[in-house]
Write a protein that binds this ligand. Sequence first.
Ligand code: FES
Length: 121
Amino acid sequence: MTETFHRVIKGDEIEERAMLPFVVNGWPVLLCREEGAIHALINRCTHAASQLAPDGRVRRGAVMCPLHGARFKLDTGECLGGAGYKPLKLYPWREDDEGWIEVAVPDEAPGMEHLPVKPLS
Ligand code: FES
């Protein structure tokens, strides 16, 4: 599966503990920052497919799902706390010379197993 980097947002616009949702080439992307470090993850919980951003939280090296509270490590995507849900997908990212964050997502369209369910409104 080939991947391509896409420009998403200026790095200095990602505030500490922000949970920012994006759709990049159809893929759900969550960008967040904790202790200065930027992380790019899939914006879909592996438990019941809730969006993690914008309503989840980032704290102590993990992102917490807003629906049932599952926590996943920011650096590996691993589920914490014994629930045993599958890890979150991490996206490669880089910052270009002008300070833009570019996130690499697959060139193929995401499947239903990659897309979050929409919250009820
Ligand atoms: S959908 Fe995320 S913990 Fe249940």
